[in-house]
Write a protein that binds this ligand. Structure first.
Ligand SMILES: [Cu+2]
Length: 233
C-alpha cells in the first residue's frame, strides 16, 4: 500500500511539473541555552541547485537591491545577509553625516572584511548624497562601522547561495520555493568564535517543512548605540 501511494504521489508531482517541486521551510533557531536566537544568518544549499534546475528557481530576492539604513546611530537591520553579486544601498536617515566603513569581523576583528569600502553619507536632507551603493561580489563577513560614531555597529554576511535569511526576534527564518530533496543548512552569527554545525534537511513541496537548529553558544545582547534616541526624528 505504501509503495503504491509513493508511486502515485511521484506520478502526480511529475504531472504538475517543476513548479510543484518547491518547498516552503520555516527554521526555528535557538541559543545554546534554548532561547530564541535573533540575528542568525541561515543559509540553505539545496543539492538540486545545479544547472538542471535552472535559474528560474533562484528567489527574486537574490537579484534585488538591498537597503541598510542608518537611523538613530544604528544600522537597520543590525544583521543583513545577501547573495554574492548583490548591490547594497546604504541610506542615511539621520539629520547628520555618517561615514560608513567596513571593519574586520570575528574574534578581535581579526577576519578581514570580504570587501573594504568607505562611504561618506550626508544627512537625509542632502538627497542623493545621503545614499551610497556598493556591490558585494565576494562571499564572507563584513562588520559595519562609522568613522564619526565609534559605537555604531552592524553586520553584513555575503553568501554563495541565493537561499539566505536572517532570524527575527522570535529566532525564526522563512524560505519559499526551495527545490525538493536534500539541502545542507548552515548558520552564522556575528558573535560566534567558531563555525556552527551544519545539518542536512529533506525538503518536500507536499507540505511546509519545519526545521530547528541551535547555536553552540549564547550570544551577548544586541549592542545599542550610546546616543540611543538622542538624534532620532
Ligand atoms: Cu555615524
Amino acid at each position: 500500500m505504501m509503495r503504491r501511494m509513493k508511486t502515485l504521489s511521484c506520478l502526480l508531482l511529475a504531472g504538475l511539473g517543476l513548479n510543484a517541486m518547491a518547498a516552503d521551510l520555516q527554521v526555528q533557531v535557538r541559543t545554546a541555552g534554548g532561547k530564541p536566537a535573533a540575528d542568525v544568518v541561515v543559509m540553505l544549499m539545496p543539492a538540486a541547485q545545479g544547472a538542471a534546475q535552472g535559474a528560474a528557481q533562484v528567489p527574486a530576492a537574490a537579484t534585488a537591491t538591498v537597503d541598510i539604513v542608518q537611523k538613530g546611530n544604528r544600522f537597520e537591520p543590525y544583521v543583513s545577509a545577501v547573495p554574492a553579486g548583490t548591490q547594497v544601498r546604504f541610506v542615511n536617515r539621520d539629520r547628520y553625516d555618517h561615514h560608513v566603513r567596513s571593519l574586520g569581523s570575528g574574534p578581535m576583528g581579526a577576519v578581514p572584511p570580504a570587501k573594504s569600502f568607505e562611504l561618506r553619507l550626508g544627512p537625509v536632507q542632502a538627497g542623493d548624497k545621503a545614499i551610497g551603493s556598493v556591490v558585494f561580489d565576494t562571499p564572507g563577513s563584513i562588520t559595519l562601522g562609522c568613522h564619526i560614531h565609534g559605537s555604531m555597529r552592524g553586520h553584513l554576511f555575503v553568501t554563495t547561495t541565493p537561499w539566505v535569511a536572517v532570524t527575527d526576534d522570535q529566532g525564526q527564518a522563512r524560505f519559499t520555493g526551495l527545490p525538493d530533496g536534500a539541502a545542507e543548512m548552515r548558520l552564522w552569527h556575528p558573535d560566534q568564535l567558531t563555525g556552527q554545525a551544519a545539518q542536512t534537511l529533506t525538503l518536500s513541496g507536499q507540505g511546509p517543512v519545519q526545521a530547528s537548529a541551535q547555536l553552540s553558544f549564547n550570544p551577548p545582547r544586541r549592542p545599542t548605540p550610546r546616543a540611543k534616541g538622542e538624534y532620532e526624528f
